[in-house]
Write a protein that binds this ligand. Structure first.
Ligand code: UDP
Length: 238
């Protein structure tokens, strides 16, 4: 077996990653491509936990801005992540990958509740564990859930999969002079308000010294290169 630098990882997939170029929902071809990247890494023997977002379906903040009660809107956002998690699990099943979904909110007929010990056992068995419903609390994000579950699962690193291949000095879509950071400290990311993860997630990772690698899930083989220890995207450390 090829040796990898990381033995257990937490992959944060935003809901938007599942949309591809669509404006809403889940794009089947895109989700299959993402699953293929995950399967490649699973074959190397890396234990994979996934935290999935919900922004492709519902974002609490947006609806709260339109007058909806924020906590209520956030619960809707968390339910959106459950739908994404089920779609991801189904795509994994089609690809021959065994996964389990655990939810921070109880919906027992649909998915099992989050139980830390059970999740760790699944990882040890080589199953992919998909965490849904974020932290289970309104006013948080799935980035924070990724930091939290990453710490609880004792992962070696959190990998934040985005559409952009790392963290830039400014938005590379609008600024041709934008430069990608290869390395960053958590303090730099927080103080410069760089679009890496929200501040709560960054602070949690910093305090627990849990490294974070931001990379593009749409670059073929990028996930595998990261777990093999190659430079890819931006590495954020204490
Ligand atoms: N959410 C929440 N608590 C959590 C995680 C998520 O209330 O712990 C809600 C929040 O409304 C958020 C939505 O779920 O807008 C979707 O999550 P997020 O925006 O993090 O998804 P992503 O941007 O990764 O697609």
């Amino acid at each position: 077996m090829t040796s990898t630098v990381y033995k257990r990882i937490l992959l944060k997939l935003s809901g938007e990653a599942l949309m591809g170029e669509d404006s809403y929902g889940i794009n089947r071809i895109v989700i299959e491509r993402i699953v293929a990247e995950i399967a490649d890494v699973n074959q190397l023997g890396v234990q994979i936990a996934v935290v999935i977002g919900g922004g492709n379906i519902f974002r609490g903040m947006t609806s709260a801005g339109d007058g909806m009660d924020r906590a209520n809107a956030d619960y809707m956002g968390m339910l959106a992540t459950v739908m994404n998690g089920l779609a991801l699990q189904d795509a994994m099943r089609r690809a021959g990958l065994v996964s389990r979904v655990q939810s921070a909110l109880r919906i027992d007929q649909v998915v099992e509740p989050y139980i830390r010990g059970k999740a760790i056992r699944y990882l040890e068995e080589g199953k992919v564990v998909i965490f849904v419903a974020g932290t289970g609390n309104p006013f948080f994000t799935t980035d924070t859930a990724a930091a939290l579950r990453g710490m609880e699962m004792n992962v070696d690193i959190v990998l934040k999969a985005t559409k952009v291949d790392g963290v830039y000095t400014s938005d590379p879509k609008t600024d041709p002079g934008a430069i990608r950071y290869h390395n960053l400290s958590f303090d730099e990311a927080i103080s410069q308000n760089l679009k890496v993860m929200d501040a709560t997630a960054l602070t949690l990772c910093r305090d627990q010294k849990l490294p974070l690698n931001v990379f593009s899930i749409f670059k073929a083989g990028a996930l595998k290169r990261v777990v093999m220890g190659n430079e890819e995207g931006t590495l954020v450390r204490v």
